[in-house]
Design a protein around this ligand. Structure first.
Ligand code: ZN
Length: 175
């Protein structure tokens, strides 16, 4: 499979693990509904259309299916200080162990993330959507030189209430 191919919607992880298969390809950001709704599309973001995925399947010592994935994308966001569009790079490393139920999930080593599969297939799009949305920043900031100068003034109403003990502290210090 070449880097230019789109990965299938669903794969059979057990079968891929048996041959230690690597899936390499892309996934359109517009086909990741949760992520896409958090992005800010403009004419400049046309070249940020795809996430690149490399998914390596295998088995651990207990014959559980494991998948190590590298997900990368450059996503269009808006700078929360100056509202300029920002091309935000995301790179996520995913280390999954696939299990049947919550009991089995509890047995998965701490350095891996358990994924309970309802059937024998793995929904690639849903997985990528979840992982990439978790990697979005709480507030994106750009690197423009004039960005910080246009920082909006602090909002009214965020002012701290006066500390009723402040006067007391002054009184103590004064003695
Ligand atoms: Zn900015």
């Amino acid at each position: 499979m070449t880097i230019s191919s789109r990965l299938p919607d669903r794969v059979d992880p057990r079968r891929l693990a048996a041959t230690q298969a690597r899936l390499e390809g892309h996934w359109p950001l517009t086909d990741l509904p949760r992520l896409a709704s958090s992005l800010y599309w403009s004419r400049d973001s046309a070249d940020m259309a795809d996430a690149r995925l490399v998914l390596d399947f295998g088995e651990d010592e207990q014959r559980r299916v494991v998948m190590d994935g590298q997900l990368s994308a450059t996503v269009p966001l808006v700078c929360q200080r100056c509202l300029a569009s920002v091309a935000w790079p995301i790179h996520v490393t995913v280390r999954l162990t696939m299990v049947r139920d919550d009991d089995a999930a509890a047995e998965v080593p701490r350095d891996r993330e358990p994924l309970v599969l309802d059937d024998d297939s793995l929904a690639v799009g849903a997985l990528v959507d979840d992982e990439l949305i978790l990697a979005l920043p709480l507030a994106a900031h750009c690197n423009n030189n004039d960005c910080s100068r246009s920082e909006p003034a602090p909002r009214e109403g965020g002012k701290r209430r006066d500390n009723p003990f402040a006067g007391l502290a002054d009184w103590k210090r004064g003695n």
